[in-house]
Design a protein. Sequence first.
Length: 228
Amino acid sequence: MAHALTDDQVQGELQKMVAFIKQEAHEKSREIKIKADEDFAVEKSKLVRQETAAIDAQFERKFKQAELSQQIARSTVTNKTRLQVLAARQDLLENIFEKAREKLADVPKDEKRYSDILKKLVLEGLYALHESSIKIGARKKDIDLLNEAIVQASQEYKDNSGQEVKVTIDQDNSIPDESHGGVFIIGTGGKITINNTLEERLKIIEADSLPTVRESVFGQNPRRRFYD
């Protein structure tokens, strides 16, 4: 027959149950805290990685932007400098040819030399047109020298080609006296005109000699790959 528990025994059992429950609660609380700490650590690590990746991506983007801006600035400065150098070179070349143009005025002053130049200019036109009748336009103040040049050029043309040529001065198509001289050779009934004035010949010389003058003044271009 079971004996009823005394009050002290009941109190003892209750205390044991309370202690057990407290212990279970403590263990459960510790487990929850550990799990929470682990979850926090994982989430923290994840957030850190995400923020680090975002910062790295932003840095990379800004670095590329800065690098691109630097390249653009460097290219702009280089191009500007190159254009300034080219402009300075062009001004120098223009100055060289301008001085040559100024000296054209001195050519007719030496009559013997100028007469020989007129003869060669006329003769060049005779060979170019190869016609039996040619007209020549010149400055009115050069008429006397031109007549002499025509006689010499016509004879030389005949000696070399075996053909006679009639050369007349075209009084209606004179070259302005303020020009530096030279001649116009007119053939095929006025349909063909060869400009052999000193100004025009200098333009041809400028175009032909420009590469040589440029190389002589500035040196050989290291970027040039092909030569005539």
